[in-house]
Design a binder for this molecule. Structure first.
Ligand SMILES: [Mn+2]
Length: 361
């Protein structure tokens, strides 16, 4: 049951003296209502939450399942007659709500439409749901851990599968198929499989390039279980590793371990980034580490907190974050080693259990 999530949002409304908020971001709808099997990426739906009411608007395609899912919850289902937001604005008027909060993620067209339809004033608020979502409940952590376990099994499978002569696309498809075949509903994001020079691009897109000896092969992928994502990166060497491969790999692994060791509840996220970056600095490789150390993971693969030099977030107990330092050498290749962890009071609990020693294939 997810009533406490709704209650947390209603507390925020009271604290901010805000009469109501419209939530239409799909992950936020899913989180807030807890409706299973109702909300998909194509849904036409919105939540209207006031300080003491919760209304879920959708159209007739979803009305039966929404009504069934809402049984025994505080949610009242409203089925669209002509236009969802016209009717929502009429309800606001009937309730006497004069100020309405919208999320920053609301598309501009919808923002304009609501602004025109709503007789009162509109205010955009930042991150209210993201803040609530940052601290995971036990059942959410269980799902993320399951997604991480499927991801680990996919890594074990792909290490046995990969051969020189395959293309990045062959390997990415195999990863995706394995995960979906073994309990992943869809995947958390498009698998990144990047060989040789392509591995020097942090978020390379999968190509038809053939993987060959003497190259790094970077694999960044994640399963999704019960709506919750996993995210892990491992980097292999095809053929025999050279001293250059070992130097870069060893530096990234040391940065990954230092970053993990800095994780605990209450630490500013930027400090954890800095600890890992300092390890690469000592080895003269910090200039090749060009992104943040990590990010929160949950219903979305990238969510609060941001673990980067400019982050103002703090690691909170029961947040789930990645620790993923990387070194990218243009024209040669790149290494990233990414683990998923639960932040705990005095440290962390590792959810990614795939081996991290250098693997040569
Ligand atoms: Mn990641």
């Amino acid at each position: 049951m997810t009533e406490h999530r709704l209650a947390a949002l209603q507390r925020r409304l009271r604290a901010e003296d805000m009469p109501a908020i419209v939530v239409s971001n799909t992950s936020n709808l899913r989180y807030l209502t807890g409706f299973e099997g109702v909300i998909d990426d194509g849904i036409n739906a919105a939540c209207l939450v006031t300080q003491d009411a919760a209304l879920f608007y959708t159209d007739h395609r979803y009305s039966d399942v929404a009504v069934a899912a809402s049984e025994g919850t505080p949610w009242e289902i409203r089925v669209q007659r002509e236009s969802l937001y016209v009717e929502l604005c009429e309800d606001l008027k009937a309730m006497g709500v004069a100020v309405l909060a919208l999320e920053t993620s609301v598309p501009y067209g919808r923002f304009s439409f609501i602004s025109e339809q709503f007789f009162g004033s509109v205010r955009v608020v930042d991150g209210w749901l993201d803040e609530i979502r940052q601290v995971k409940e036990e059942e959410e952590i269980v799902r993320i851990a399951e997604a991480a376990a499927v991801t680990d099994r996919a890594f074990e499978h792909i290490v046995a599968f990969v051969r020189p002569g395959q293309t990045e696309r062959d390997i990415a498809l195999e990863l995706e198929f394995f995960m979906r075949r073994n309990g992943s509903d869809g995947i958390a994001f498009d698998c990144i499989v990047a060989g040789g020079p392509n591995s020097a691009h942090p978020h390379a897109t999968v190509s038809d390039r053939v993987v060959g000896p003497g190259e790094f092969l970077k694999l960044d992928f994640g399963a999704r279980v019960g709506g919750y994502c996993a995210d892990m990166t491992r980097t292999l060497v095809i053929g025999t590793a050279t001293d250059r491969h070992r130097e870069i790999y060893g530096a990234v692994l040391a940065a990954n371990e230092a970053g993990l060791a800095a994780v605990r509840a209450g630490v500013p996220a930027w400090e954890v980034h800095e600890v890992a970056r300092a390890v690469l600095e000592e080895r003269g490789l910090a200039a090749h580490f060009t992104h943040g150390l990590g990010h929160g993971v949950g219903l979305d693969v990238h969510e609060r907190p941001t673990v980067s030099p400019k982050s103002h977030h703090t690691l909170l107990e029961h947040s789930v974050v990645t620790i993923e330092p990387g070194v990218y050498v243009e024209g040669f290749g790149g290494v990233r080693i990414e683990d998923l962890v639960v932040v705990e009071e005095g440290g962390y609990r590792l959810l990614s259990h795939s081996p991290k020693q250098l693997i040569e294939i």
